[in-house]
Ligand binder design. Structure first.
Ligand code: PLP
Length: 449
C-alpha cells in the first residue's frame, strides 16, 4: 500500500513537472474555483490515502502558479532545480528533525557541508557563522539579532538577558529603498521600524553614501545587495570602510543579489559587500531550491551563537554543530539537503552559468521591449527589468492583460512614483525561447490594452 502510494505521488509529481513549462502560467478563475472541491466537510470517517492524493492533484495542481516553469517572472522567486526538488522528496521521506545532531546526524552533517560551500561561494570568512532559516526575512532577523547582541555587548549591556528596556540606544541606518521585510525584521528584534534613519537613494535606488552621518560603535547600517525593483546594489565598499573605522556594524540584505558573487561577470556588483559583518540571502530565490530556504551569515560566529543561545544546556548536546544554537527555531526540517543537492548538481560553473544566463535574458527582455517602443525604467545590470507602457493607467492595464493571457506572468510595482511592470528572471528553466514567447505576449497585450 505504502509503495504504491509513494509511486503514485512520484508519478503525479513527474507529470506535473513535465507539463509545467507548457501550460498557462497563472491558473484560470475556473481552476481556482476548482479548489473548492477540497473544502467538502471533514466528516468523521477516514479517507483512503490514494484518494487523498488524487483529490489534491486533481483539484490543486491546475490551480498552482507555474512558477517552476520558465515563463514566470513575478516578484523574485526562482523555480526549483531538478536535483533540489528530487532531494526534497527524499528528505520528506526521511522527515529529519535537524535541531540537534543526536536527532539527525545526516541533516546536520549535510548542513555543515553546504555551509562550507556557501562561505566559499560568497567569499565570506571560512569561520563565519551560518544559519539555515526559512527565508530572507528570517535571515535578516537572525543576523540583526546577532548585531543587536554585539553592539549592545560593546556598550556594556546584555540584550538577551535584560531585553531592550533601558538599553543604550543603537542608531539604525537604512537606505530609502530598503526592502519592507528588512524593516519588519528590525521591528521584530526591537530596533523599531519607525526610528530608523533613512538615507536618500539615487535614481537606481542605491543608498547615497555621501549623505551618511558619522558611523560609530553605536550604529547599525543596513545595506542592500540587489534592489527588488531595479536590481541595484548599495555602494558597499565605501560604506563598509567607513563603518570599520568607526566601529559600526554593517548588515547586508542580499536576498537574491548576493548570488551575483557566484558569477564572474556580475561579481563586481558585490564589490565591498564581503567587508560587512553579517549577510542575509535566500536559497529559494536565485539558488532555485524549493521553499522554504533562507541563509544568514555572521562574520564573528560568537555573536550569532550568543544571540541564538538556549539559556540552559539542552538535552543531548554533542561536540557537533547543533543547529538549534544557530537559528531562532528548535525543531525544523533539514533545510541544508536541497542546498547541498542544488550546489552539488550545478558545481561552481553551473551556478555561475545559471546566474549569468538569467541576467542575459533580462538584458534581452530590456532590449526587445525598448525596440518595441516601450520605456525601460532601470539600468539593467542584473536580472530585474522595469517597463513602462506609457501612463500609469496604461501600464496597469498591460500588466493585467499579460497576466490574463497566461503565456507568462509579470507583476506590477511602483518605481520612483511611476507604475511599472517588473520582470524578474530568476528561474533556472527560462530559455531564450521562453523570453521570445514572453516578449511577443507582452507586445500583444500592450497593443490590446
Ligand atoms: C525577497 C526579499 C526579501 C524577503 O525574502 P523572503 O524570502 O520572502 O523572506 C528581503 N529582501 C529583499 C531584497 C528581497 O528581495
Amino acid at each position: 500500500m505504502t509503495d504504491s502510494l509513494m509511486e503514485d505521488a512520484a508519478a503525479r509529481a513527474a507529470r506535473y513537472v513535465r507539463g509545467v513549462g507548457r501550460r498557462r502560467v497563472a491558473p484560470t478563475a475556473e481552476e481556482i474555483r476548482g479548489l473548492e472541491a477540497l473544502a467538502a466537510p471533514l466528516g468523521d470517517n477516514p479517507c483512503g490515502e490514494e484518494s487523498v492524493l488524487a483529490m489534491l492533484d486533481e483539484a490543486a495542481s491546475p490551480a498552482t502558479m507555474a512558477s517552476t516553469g520558465g515563463r514566470y517572472f513575478g516578484f523574485v522567486t526562482g523555480g526549483s532545480l531538478p536535483a533540489a526538488m528530487a532531494a526534497s522528496w527524499l528528505a520528506a521521506a526521511w522527515d529529519q528533525n535537524a535541531a540537534l545532531f543526536s536527532q539527525s546526524p545526516a541533516g546536520v552533517r549535510i548542513e555543515e557541508i553546504a555551509a562550507d560551500w556557501l562561505r566559499e561561494i560568497f567569499g565570506f570568512p571560512a569561520d563565519c557563522g551560518v544559519s539555515f532559516v526559512t527565508g530572507a526575512t528570517m535571515a535578516n532577523f537572525t543576523a540583526l539579532a546577532a548585531a543587536r547582541h554585539a553592539l549592545l555587548e560593546r556598550a556594556g549591556w546584555d540584550a538577551e538577558d535584560r531585553g531592550l528596556f533601558g538599553a543604550p540606544e543603537i542608531r539604525v541606518i537604512v537606505g530609502a529603498e530598503a526592502h519592507v521585510s528588512l524593516l519588519k525584521a528590525l521591528a521584530l528584534v526591537g530596533f523599531g521600524r519607525g526610528r530608523v534613519v533613512s538615507i536618500p537613494a539615487d535614481d537606481q535606488g542605491r543608498m547615497r553614501a555621501e549623505l551618511l552621518p558619522g558611523l560609530d560603535e553605536r550604529t547599525l547600517v543596513c545595506l542592500q545587495a540587489g534592489n527588488v525593483n531595479s536590481g541595484a546594489f548599495d555602494p558597499a565598499r565605501e560604506i563598509c570602510e567607513r563603518a570599520r573605522q568607526g566601529g559600526a556594524w554593517v548588515h547586508a540584505d542580499g536576498a537574491f543579489g548576493l548570488w551575483a558573487a557566484a558569477a564572474p561577470e556580475r561579481a563586481h556588483l558585490m564589490n565591498g559587500f564581503a567587508l560587512a559583518d553579517s549577510w542575509a540571502t535566500d536559497g529559494h530565490k536565485w539558488l532555485n531550491v524549493p521553499y522554504d530556504s533562507g541563509l544568514a551569515f555572521v562574520r564573528e560566529e560568537k555573536h550569532l551563537r550568543a544571540a541564538m543561545a538556549l539559556s540552559a544546556a539542552y538535552l543531548a548536546m554533542t561536540e557537533h554543530r547543533e543547529p538549534a544554537l544557530y537559528t531562532p527555531e528548535a525543531s525544523r526540517r533539514a533545510r541544508g539537503v536541497e542546498i547541498w543537492a542544488a550546489l552539488r548538481s550545478l558545481g561552481r560553473r553551473g551556478l555561475a552559468d545559471m546566474i549569468e544566463r538569467n541576467c542575459r535574458h533580462a538584458a534581452r527582455f530590456a532590449e526587445r521591449l525598448r525596440d518595441a517602443g516601450f520605456e525601460i525604467l532601470n539600468e539593467v545590470g542584473l536580472n530585474q527589468v522595469l517597463v513602462s507602457f506609457g501612463g500609469d493607467e496604461k501600464t496597469r492595464r498591460v500588466i493585467q492583460a499579460v497576466q490574463e493571457d497566461g503565456t507568462c506572468w509579470c507583476g506590477g510595482t511602483e518605481w520612483r512614483g511611476r507604475a511599472a511592470m517588473r520582470i524578474s528572471v530568476s528561474c533556472w528553466a527560462t530559455t531564450e525561447e521562453d523570453v521570445e514567447a514572453s516578449v511577443a505576449a507582452i507586445c500583444r497585450a500592450a497593443r490590446q490594452a
